[in-house]
Write a protein that binds this ligand. Structure first.
Ligand code: 9MG
Length: 341
C-alpha cells in the first residue's frame, strides 16, 4: 500500500499571500490570514519503505478550521508555568503555588495569551508524579489564574487531573501522551468540551531519549498524530476541538528534531491547528552551544519564529516577552497592514 502526504511549500506572506490566494495560485496555510502556500510537495511512501517526492501545484485535501479562541492573524503565545520542584529550565523557581501564580501573572503582562500549568515534569529521564501530588500542585494555581480572568491550560496525562483542572477553570488540556497514558483520559475528554492538545512522543519521559528510532521521522510522526486524531473522533471528541503537536524532544534525537522542524508545514495536512514547543530544549542547546537551559532564549526565539513562519497556531514558550517582541517585528515586516501599527 502506498501512503500519500502533502507538504505545503512555496510559502508567501502578507500582500503576496493575499495576491496568490486571489489569483487562485495559492491557499491559506492552516487558516492563517497572512501566509499562503503556492506549491505542495507530494510525498509517496511505498510498501518496503521507498519514498518519492515531487512538487506540484495543488491543495491540501483538508483545510484547517480555526477554533474561535485562535487568531488567524498571529500565533498565540502559551506561557509555561511549571509547578514542579525539578523543572529543567527554571530550577524549580515556580514550585511554590504563590510563586507560580505570580510567575503566571508576569507572563500575562509580557503578552502571553494562554498559561500552561503543569505539575509533572516531562523532561527526559524524569519520573512520574503521584496523582494526588500533581493535583495538590496544580489546582490552586489554575484556580487562581483562571479566577483572575486568564486563559489556562493544564499540562497533564491524567484523567483525574484533567477533570479537576477543568472544574477549577482551565479551558484547554495539553496531554504530552495524546490521551494514551491514562486509559480514562479519552473518556474524560469525550465528556468535556474543551480544546485538547495531542502531542507526539515515542516512549515515556523516563526512557524516551535512550534510542529513538523511526523509518522516516516526519512521516511517522504524521501517521501517529493522524491515528490519534481518528481515535479521538471515534471516541466522540470532535475534530474541531483538537490541536496537534509533533513533540520536539520527545523520543527524538537531534537529527529527528531538525527533520521535524524543517518539514513542520507537513502537519497542516492533518487539518487541525498546530502547536510547537521547543523552548529551551536540549535541541536548542545543541544548536547554539548554550548548556544552561535558562539561557537558551535567543535560540528558542529563533525556533519560535521559524514555527510561526510555517503557520504554527500556538507557540509554547518560557520566554514570553522575547517571543512576543520578536513576533511583532516579523509580523510588521510580512504584513504591515495587519500588524496593528
Ligand atoms: C509539557 N510539554 C513540554 N514540552 C512540550 C511540547 O513540546 N508540547 C506540548 N504540547 N507540551 C509540552
Amino acid at each position: 500500500m502506498t501512503r500519500t502526504y502533502f507538504r505545503p511549500a512555496g510559502l508567501v506572506y502578507g500582500p503576496d499571500a493575499a495576491l496568490a490566494i486571489n489569483e487562485g495560485r495559492g491557499a491559506s496555510l492552516g487558516g492563517i490570514s497572512a501566509t499562503a502556500y503556492t506549491l505542495v510537495e507530494r510525498i509517496e511512501r511505498h510498501e518496503g519503505g521507498n519514498i518519492s517526492r515531487r512538487f506540484e501545484t495543488g491543495r491540501l485535501p483538508r483545510a484547517t478550521a480555526l477554533a474561535p479562541f485562535l487568531d488567524a492573524s498571529r500565533p498565540l503565545v502559551m506561557g509555561i508555568v511549571n509547578v514542579t520542584p525539578d523543572s529543567f529550565s527554571d530550577g524549580g523557581l515556580s514550585f511554590d503555588a504563590g510563586r507560580a501564580i505570580a510567575h503566571g501573572e508576569q507572563l500575562i503582562r509580557e503578552g502571553a495569551d494562554i498559561l500552561d500549568v503543569g505539575g509533572e515534569s516531562t523532561r527526559p529521564g524524569s519520573e512520574g508524579v503521584p496523582e494526588d501530588e500533581e493535583l495538590r500542585r496544580v489546582i490552586p494555581v489554575i484556580a487562581a489564574l483562571a479566577q483572575a480572568g486568564h486563559r489556562v491550560s493544564v499540562d497533564t496525562r491524567k484523567a483525574r487531573v484533567m477533570r479537576a483542572a477543568l472544574a477549577a477553570g482551565a479551558e484547554l488540556v495539553n496531554d504530552v501522551s495524546a490521551l494514551t497514558f491514562d486509559p480514562e483520559a479519552m473518556a474524560a475528554m469525550a465528556e468535556a468540551s474543551c480544546p485538547v492538545i495531542l502531542m507526539h512522543a515515542q516512549g515515556d519521559p523516563k526512557t524516551m531519549q535512550l534510542n529513538p528510532r523511526y523509518d522516516d521521522v516526519a512521516l511517522d510522526v504524521y501517521d501517529w498524530l493522524a491515528a490519534r486524531i481518528a481515535a479521538c473522533e471515534a471516541a466522540g471528541i470532535a475534530r474541531a476541538r483538537l490541536i496537534a503537536d509533533p513533540g520536539i524532544g520527545f523520543g527524538k534525537n537531534f537529527r529527528h528534531n531538525l527533520d521535524v522542524m524543517r518539514q513542520f508545514a507537513l502537519y497542516h495536512g492533518l487539518g487541525v491547528p498546530l502547536l510547537v514547543g521547543l523552548s529551551r530544549k536540549a535541541f536548542i542547546g545543541a544548536l547554539t552551544g548554550e548548556k544552561v537551559a535558562g539561557q537558551r532564549i535567543n535560540g528558542s526565539v529563533g525556533g519560535a519564529l521559524w514555527a510561526a513562519l510555517n503557520g504554527a497556531h500556538i507557540l509554547r514558550v518560557h520566554d514570553v516577552k522575547a517571543t512576543v517582541e520578536a513576533l511583532a517585528v516579523v509580523r510588521a515586516a510580512v504584513a504591515p497592514d495587519e500588524s496593528g501599527l
